[in-house]
Design a protein around this ligand. Sequence first.
Ligand code: XCC
Ligand code: SF4
Length: 682
Amino acid sequence: MAEQEEKKKVVAAKPKEKKEVAPQDLTVDPATVKMIQRSRELNIETVFDRAQSMKPCNIGVQGTCCKNCSQGPCRLPLTKSDMEGEDKRKGLCGATPETIAARNFARMVAGGAAAHSDHGRGVAETFLAAARKETADYRIKDTRKLLEIAPDFGVEITVEGENGEVLDRDIDEIAVEVGERALAQWGQQHGEVSTAKRAPKPRYELWKKLGVVPRGIDREIVEIMHRTHIGVDQHYENLVEQCSRAAIADGWGGSMIATDLQDVLFGCPYPLKSSANLGVLKEDHVNIIIHGHEPLLSEMIVQAAELPEMLDLAKSKGAKGIQLSGICCTANEILMRHGVPLAGNFLQQELAIVTGAVDAMVVDVQCIMENIANVATCFHTKVITTNPRARIASGDTIHIEFDEHTAFEDAKKIVRVAIENFPNQQKEVMIPSDTSELIAGFSYEAINYHLGGTFRGSYTPLNENIINGRIRGIGGVVGCNNARTTFDEGHITVVKELIKHDVIVLTTGCNAIACGKAGLLTPESAKVYCGPGLAEVCEAVGIPPVLHMGSCVDNSRILMAATEVVKAGGLGNDISDLPAAGSAPEWMSEKAISIGHYFVVSGVYTVFGVTLPVSGAPVFEHYLYKELEKLYGGMWDMEVDPIKHAHKMIAHIDKKRKALGIDKARERVLMDMAARRELEAA
Ligand code: XCC
Ligand code: SF4
């Protein structure tokens, strides 16, 4: 009776809402189904509940709400009569739906490019401190990569000796100069961001012709903020042009420099084994989850957690050891270089805490949901913020500031807090048993090595297999999770459909984590899910059909891989000639828009899932989806249905195969394979 009373109270306390959607209708991920169930049992609200109780604004979804001045918000939803007759919609200042949607879009590019690039700036600063030996905690690790990237910044790697002989230059000197020149890319006012030149020559020349080579990383982002202020740039085409500068400054600048310098500091990734999903947590261990984006912090925590003194401390508190795991892109960073397992992707951050097993969730920047702090108050979990840019007012978070000059000490402090917290574990722990094995670590260098072997590493074998039709093309599938769509379903369905049709997939970000959880990052998955051509190649080379290339700043690795494919020859002269397409099936962040745009202006047909906030401005939408192709050879598209989404990519790939004159080869090779199989069967 009392229990019933209690139940009633709980039900009454819940916000008025329609029927609860069953967990299995919210996600295809088994661990997440269990944990949504668990959160509901414990009456803990998560993003999955809020997505039901609060629907998005119908006008914002269309991209046509302007709040760029206080005369607004001016709200311009698209109605049937606007579509049929003359579109007379205007904001108070006269801004058209096209101007408003383009301005909103541009501000998303600015936000995304700023996030990636500010991350890159932090890396460059730490790199320089390491090169100047101002910090003992970081050092130049991968000198091969340092020497490879130095010339792109105009840094000489050799010197002339007394007798005119060529001598190797001092590596520390090179590092300092690379650090200085790299950091200068942000504040540069004139000229060009130097890494833009890494693009295939025709691409770079096209950018020059169109006037979109970025001058400096910060400058292009600031200029978007200026242009989108009331009464400045009121032409959507001109706004998109500035988006292109800022997006190139991100993909071929800030993000690319971040990836490069991280590789030099922490090592270029090579394939390694690990596992994914919430089942990687261990009840009898101290569980530390690192969540966010920057490897500067997580690399130090990995080292600190391995110290014998920390293990001893953990044991003295009754734990069997320390289990590190990651969420979001920080997870990808430490997975790629250390094999640290993935606890989950974006929408699992609250649920990780709901297991009751997390002693500390350590966060830095980006994609950290404020509500983890509230969920943590229901458990013993400590949420530790570490970055001066990113603090949380909700809940009882603690802040332990992380400074590159005292990095290791800071990391030890953080790990100690987690260990000390282990005995406070109270509520019944519930860790779902789900995990999957995976192989990650495919930097573009590693792909080179895997395909060509140590001595003649090259992309030629990949190109040959594309030309002969075993591999139909390349799909870059990346991006976030979005609570407005079935969690992980878009990711998994798009990727499976692509590999089924012999499209090899390069992945990063939360898509990579989704693929890991679904078992798609193993060589064995080739036999199960791939078309016959791709399966044969994967088997011969021993690679998974889905190659995990890292975090979201590592989308720059995909750009470099595409550039290598162009260089290897036989598939045209530019990225836009390649049988390739990009996709973000469950995107949500502004960073995804910046990434999408730099893929498009790099010549890639790029399809987004869920929604794109441009539908209320049909002329602007048409410009993104159709007209941009004439300028860049790449364009935007949107498709909610994951199967259709994949087939739009495949159709584009086939279009490019045809243009290259290699469409017939594929028919032949598939016929041969079928014949051989029949023969084997007979
Ligand atoms: Fe964030 Fe990078 Fe998106 Fe995942 S994929 S939700 S941005 S963690 Ni970048
Ligand atoms: Fe309205 Fe123009 Fe102000 Fe936007 S800038 S809120 S459209 S008046």
